[in-house]
Write a protein that binds this ligand. Structure first.
Ligand code: NAD
Length: 271
C-alpha cells in the first residue's frame, strides 16, 4: 500500500512569544511538520534560545521569515501589528498565506497593511500550551481550500478548531478567549468551598480541577445536553439539588452570561 506523502510546508512566526511557542511546539510534537520547517527571527535573545532548543530555525530578520515561509503566522501583540505588517509588506507575495492570531485586528486591516490577499484569521486561547486550545478561524475570500486544510492541521495540533464568520470574533474573544480565566476562578472557588467544608487545600484543589475537566469531557464526549447531564445527577431531595439551589439564588447563570457579554463589548471597543 502506498503511504500518502506528508504535506510539508514552511511555517514562519512573526513574534516568537507564548502563543507562537505553544503552536510551534504542538505542530512539531504532533508531527504535522518537522521542526526544521518552522522558523522565526532572532527578535529577542531569550526567545531565540527557547525556539532553538526545539530545533526551529532562527533567521536574521522578520523579512527573511516572510520571504522563506509558505505560511506566516502573525503573533505579535495587536498594538504593533500595523507597524510590523507595513514593514513586512515588500516581502509578501501571492504564493503565501498570512495567518493572524492578533486579537481584534480585522481582516480588512490585515489586508491593507500587508498587501496580502490570502488571509486566515484565527482566535486561539491559552490552553494551547497544553494541547487543549479552543480556536476559531475565519477564512478570507482569497484563501484556498488547501490553505484552510493546512491551518486546520496546524491548530488541531494544539486543540480543536471551528470556522465562523468574522462578525462573531468579538464574542469568540469574550467566550473562549477570556473563558479560561473565568474557569480558573470557578476552580479556585470550588476548592475554597471544599476547604470551608473541611477538606485539606491540596486535595480540594485537585478535586475541583479534575471535576471541571471530567464535566467538560462528559459534555464533549457523551453528546448530551448539559441540562440532561445535570438532571441525571440530581436525585429528589438530594445533595446536588441543594447545591444547585444556592447557585441559582446567587445568580450563577446570569453572572456567567454577563461576563461573556461584558468581555465581548470590551473587545468590540478595543478593536
Ligand atoms: P507575547 O508578548 O508572549 O509575544 C509577542 C512576541 O512578539 C514577543 O516575544 C515579542 O518579543 C515579539 N515582538 C515584539 N515586537 C516585535 C517585532 N517588531 N517583530 C517581531 N517580534 C516582535 O504575546 P502572546 O500572548 O504570545 O500573544 C501574541 C498574539 O496572540 C497577540 O496578538 C494576542 O492578541 C494573540 N492571542 C493571544 C492569546 C492568549 O491567550 N495569549 C489568545 C489569542 C490570541
Amino acid at each position: 500500500m502506498e503511504i500518502p506523502s506528508l504535506d510539508v510546508f514552511k511555517l514562519g512566526f512573526i513574534g516568537a512569544g507564548n502563543m507562537a511557542e505553544s503552536i510551534a511546539r504542538g505542530v512539531a510534537k504532533s508531527g504535522v511538520l518537522p521542526a526544521t520547517a518552522i522558523r522565526t527571527s532572532h527578535y529577542r535573545a531569550e526567545r531565540r534560545s527557547v525556539f532553538q532548543s526545539f530545533g526551529f530555525q532562527i533567521l536574521e530578520s522578520s523579512g527573511q521569515v516572510v520571504a522563506d515561509s509558505d505560511i506566516v503566522i502573525l503573533s505579535v501583540k495587536p498594538q504593533i501589528a500595523r507597524k510590523v505588517l507595513l514593514e513586512l509588506k515588500p516581502f509578501f507575495t501571492d504564493d503565501k498565506l498570512l495567518v493572524s492570531i492578533a486579537a481584534g485586528i480585522k481582516m480588512r486591516d490585515l489586508q491593507e497593511w500587508s498587501g496580502q490577499h490570502r488571509i486566515i484569521r484565527v482566535m486561539p486561547n491559552t490552553p494551547a500550551a497544553v494541547g487543549e486550545a479552543a480556536s476559531v478561524m475565519c477564512v478570507g475570500e482569497m484563501a484556498t481550500e488547501k490553505d484552510k486544510e493546512r491551518v486546520v492541521s496546524l491548530f488541531k495540533a494544539i486543540g480543536k478548531i471551528w470556522t465562523a464568520d468574522e462578525k462573531f470574533f468579538d464574542a469568540v474573544t469574550g467566550l473562549s478567549g477570556s473563558g479560561p480565566a473565568y474557569v480558573y476562578i470557578a476552580i479556585e472557588a470550588l476548592a475554597d468551598g471544599g476547604v470551608a467544608a473541611g477538606l485539606p487545600r491540596d486535595l480540594a484543589l485537585a478535586l475541583a480541577s479534575q471535576t471541571v475537566l471530567g464535566a467538560a469531557s462528559m459534555v464533549d464526549m457523551s453528546g448530551k445536553h448539559p441540562g440532561q447531564l445535570k438532571d441525571a445527577v440530581t436525585s429528589p431531595a438530594g445533595t446536588t439539588i441543594a447545591g444547585i439551589h444556592e447557585l441559582e439564588k446567587g445568580g450563577f447563570r446570569g453572572t456567567l452570561m454577563s461576563a461573556i457579554i461584558a468581555a465581548t463589548k470590551r473587545c468590540c471597543e478595543l478593536s
